[in-house]
Design a protein around this ligand. Structure first.
Ligand code: PRP
Length: 176
Protein backbone atom coordinates (compact mmCIF):
# COMPACT_ATOMS: atom_id res chain seq x y z
CA UNK A 1 0.00 0.00 0.00
CA UNK A 2 1.11 3.55 -0.70
CA UNK A 3 -0.38 6.94 0.05
CA UNK A 4 -2.59 8.10 -2.80
CA UNK A 5 -3.68 11.37 -1.25
CA UNK A 6 -3.37 13.39 1.95
CA UNK A 7 -6.64 15.05 2.92
CA UNK A 8 -6.11 18.02 5.29
CA UNK A 9 -7.75 17.31 8.65
CA UNK A 10 -6.50 19.79 11.27
CA UNK A 11 -4.18 22.64 10.31
CA UNK A 12 -1.09 23.84 12.12
CA UNK A 13 -2.75 26.89 13.70
CA UNK A 14 -5.66 24.83 15.06
CA UNK A 15 -3.26 22.27 16.55
CA UNK A 16 -1.16 24.95 18.23
CA UNK A 17 -4.24 26.76 19.56
CA UNK A 18 -5.59 23.54 21.08
CA UNK A 19 -2.21 22.65 22.59
CA UNK A 20 -2.08 26.01 24.33
CA UNK A 21 -5.56 25.38 25.78
CA UNK A 22 -4.49 21.90 26.92
CA UNK A 23 -1.37 23.33 28.57
CA UNK A 24 -3.53 25.82 30.46
CA UNK A 25 -5.75 22.96 31.68
CA UNK A 26 -2.65 21.00 32.74
CA UNK A 27 -1.08 24.00 34.48
CA UNK A 28 -4.32 24.54 36.42
CA UNK A 29 -4.24 20.93 37.68
CA UNK A 30 -0.58 20.68 38.72
CA UNK A 31 0.07 24.33 39.67
CA UNK A 32 3.72 24.19 40.81
CA UNK A 33 3.77 20.60 42.06
CA UNK A 34 6.71 18.42 40.92
CA UNK A 35 5.74 16.55 37.78
CA UNK A 36 7.34 14.00 35.45
CA UNK A 37 6.11 14.32 31.86
CA UNK A 38 6.65 11.17 29.79
CA UNK A 39 6.71 11.21 25.98
CA UNK A 40 5.68 8.00 24.22
CA UNK A 41 8.01 7.69 21.21
CA UNK A 42 7.94 8.01 18.35
CA UNK A 43 4.52 9.39 17.47
CA UNK A 44 4.23 11.89 20.34
CA UNK A 45 7.57 13.63 19.78
CA UNK A 46 6.17 16.76 18.11
CA UNK A 47 3.09 17.11 20.32
CA UNK A 48 5.27 16.60 23.40
CA UNK A 49 7.81 19.23 22.42
CA UNK A 50 5.10 21.80 21.64
CA UNK A 51 3.13 20.99 24.82
CA UNK A 52 5.97 21.03 27.37
CA UNK A 53 7.18 24.48 26.37
CA UNK A 54 3.85 25.86 27.68
CA UNK A 55 4.03 24.04 31.04
CA UNK A 56 4.84 26.28 33.99
CA UNK A 57 5.62 23.75 36.77
CA UNK A 58 9.23 23.11 35.63
CA UNK A 59 8.58 19.42 34.91
CA UNK A 60 11.15 16.67 34.64
CA UNK A 61 10.90 15.04 31.22
CA UNK A 62 11.49 11.48 30.12
CA UNK A 63 10.77 9.13 27.23
CA UNK A 64 9.49 5.63 26.63
CA UNK A 65 9.24 3.56 23.50
CA UNK A 66 6.94 0.56 23.27
CA UNK A 67 6.69 -2.29 20.80
CA UNK A 68 3.57 -4.35 20.21
CA UNK A 69 3.30 -7.73 18.58
CA UNK A 70 0.17 -9.55 17.46
CA UNK A 71 -3.35 -8.25 17.04
CA UNK A 72 -5.52 -6.95 19.86
CA UNK A 73 -8.65 -8.21 18.13
CA UNK A 74 -7.28 -11.75 18.36
CA UNK A 75 -6.60 -11.21 22.01
CA UNK A 76 -2.94 -12.03 21.48
CA UNK A 77 -1.31 -8.61 21.63
CA UNK A 78 1.94 -8.38 23.58
CA UNK A 79 3.41 -5.01 24.46
CA UNK A 80 6.87 -4.41 25.84
CA UNK A 81 9.30 -1.57 26.50
CA UNK A 82 12.10 -1.06 24.01
CA UNK A 83 13.09 2.03 26.00
CA UNK A 84 11.96 2.66 29.56
CA UNK A 85 11.99 5.89 31.58
CA UNK A 86 15.19 6.70 33.44
CA UNK A 87 13.57 8.76 36.22
CA UNK A 88 12.08 6.72 39.11
CA UNK A 89 8.33 7.35 39.20
CA UNK A 90 7.57 6.27 42.78
CA UNK A 91 5.61 8.97 44.63
CA UNK A 92 5.79 11.34 41.63
CA UNK A 93 2.96 12.97 39.74
CA UNK A 94 3.23 11.53 36.23
CA UNK A 95 1.70 12.85 33.01
CA UNK A 96 1.91 10.57 29.97
CA UNK A 97 1.91 12.39 26.63
CA UNK A 98 0.70 10.29 23.71
CA UNK A 99 -0.18 11.13 20.11
CA UNK A 100 -3.15 8.82 19.64
CA UNK A 101 -5.25 6.28 21.52
CA UNK A 102 -6.73 3.80 19.06
CA UNK A 103 -7.56 0.29 20.36
CA UNK A 104 -6.35 1.41 23.79
CA UNK A 105 -3.96 -1.50 24.36
CA UNK A 106 -0.78 0.60 24.39
CA UNK A 107 -2.04 3.07 27.01
CA UNK A 108 -3.69 0.34 29.07
CA UNK A 109 -0.31 -1.41 29.26
CA UNK A 110 1.68 1.72 30.08
CA UNK A 111 -0.73 3.00 32.72
CA UNK A 112 -0.75 -0.40 34.46
CA UNK A 113 3.05 -0.44 34.44
CA UNK A 114 3.40 3.06 35.87
CA UNK A 115 0.67 2.50 38.46
CA UNK A 116 2.53 -0.61 39.66
CA UNK A 117 5.63 1.53 40.21
CA UNK A 118 3.81 3.64 42.78
CA UNK A 119 3.31 6.90 40.91
CA UNK A 120 1.58 9.41 43.21
CA UNK A 121 -0.84 10.32 40.43
CA UNK A 122 -1.09 9.28 36.80
CA UNK A 123 -2.80 11.18 34.02
CA UNK A 124 -2.83 11.02 30.24
CA UNK A 125 -2.67 13.86 27.72
CA UNK A 126 -3.51 12.63 24.24
CA UNK A 127 -3.63 14.67 21.06
CA UNK A 128 -6.11 12.42 19.25
CA UNK A 129 -8.65 10.20 20.95
CA UNK A 130 -9.84 7.90 18.15
CA UNK A 131 -12.65 5.73 19.43
CA UNK A 132 -13.83 3.68 16.43
CA UNK A 133 -11.58 0.68 17.16
CA UNK A 134 -11.41 0.94 20.98
CA UNK A 135 -11.04 -2.48 22.62
CA UNK A 136 -9.86 -1.48 26.09
CA UNK A 137 -11.27 1.44 28.07
CA UNK A 138 -8.68 4.18 28.62
CA UNK A 139 -9.23 7.34 30.64
CA UNK A 140 -7.74 10.33 28.83
CA UNK A 141 -7.57 13.32 31.18
CA UNK A 142 -6.58 15.90 28.58
CA UNK A 143 -7.75 15.38 24.98
CA UNK A 144 -6.75 17.48 21.99
CA UNK A 145 -9.20 16.22 19.41
CA UNK A 146 -11.78 13.42 19.56
CA UNK A 147 -12.07 11.79 16.13
CA UNK A 148 -14.11 8.75 15.08
CA UNK A 149 -11.71 7.01 12.69
CA UNK A 150 -9.57 7.34 9.56
CA UNK A 151 -5.87 6.74 8.89
CA UNK A 152 -4.35 9.83 10.44
CA UNK A 153 -0.81 10.99 9.63
CA UNK A 154 1.37 14.04 10.15
CA UNK A 155 2.46 15.94 13.25
CA UNK A 156 4.40 12.91 14.51
CA UNK A 157 2.02 10.21 13.25
CA UNK A 158 3.37 8.02 10.49
CA UNK A 159 2.54 5.81 7.58
CA UNK A 160 5.43 3.32 7.30
CA UNK A 161 7.70 5.85 9.09
CA UNK A 162 6.85 8.66 6.62
CA UNK A 163 4.81 11.84 7.18
CA UNK A 164 5.95 12.35 10.80
CA UNK A 165 7.59 15.68 9.92
CA UNK A 166 4.41 17.34 8.61
CA UNK A 167 3.29 20.23 10.86
CA UNK A 168 -0.43 19.48 10.36
CA UNK A 169 -2.71 16.43 10.57
CA UNK A 170 -4.03 14.65 7.47
CA UNK A 171 -6.19 11.67 6.66
CA UNK A 172 -4.20 9.37 4.37
CA UNK A 173 -6.02 7.73 1.47
CA UNK A 174 -4.15 4.53 0.58
CA UNK A 175 -3.97 2.49 -2.61
CA UNK A 176 -2.57 -0.92 -3.44
C1 PRP B 1 0.86 4.16 17.80
C2 PRP B 1 0.58 5.38 18.66
C3 PRP B 1 0.20 4.79 19.98
C4 PRP B 1 -0.41 3.45 19.61
C5 PRP B 1 -1.89 3.55 19.74
O1 PRP B 1 2.17 3.77 18.04
O2 PRP B 1 1.68 6.21 18.76
O3 PRP B 1 1.34 4.57 20.80
O4 PRP B 1 -0.05 3.18 18.25
O5 PRP B 1 -2.49 2.35 19.36
P1 PRP B 1 -3.40 1.47 20.31
O6 PRP B 1 -4.31 2.39 21.08
O7 PRP B 1 -4.17 0.65 19.29
O8 PRP B 1 -2.52 0.64 21.17
P2 PRP B 1 3.03 2.89 17.03
O9 PRP B 1 3.10 1.49 17.57
O10 PRP B 1 2.51 3.06 15.63
O11 PRP B 1 4.46 3.51 17.19
P3 PRP B 1 5.00 5.00 16.90
O12 PRP B 1 4.48 5.89 18.02
O13 PRP B 1 6.47 4.84 16.95
O14 PRP B 1 4.48 5.44 15.55
Amino acid sequence: MTIKNLVPLIDEEAIQRRILEMAEEINAVYKDEPLVVVCVLKGAFMFFSDLVRHLTCRPEIDFVRLASYGSGSEGGQTISFTKDVEIPLKDKHVLIVEDIVDTGHTMDFLMRQFRARGARSLRLAVLIDKNERREVAVTSHFVGFALPGGFIVGYGLDYAETCRELPALYEAELEA
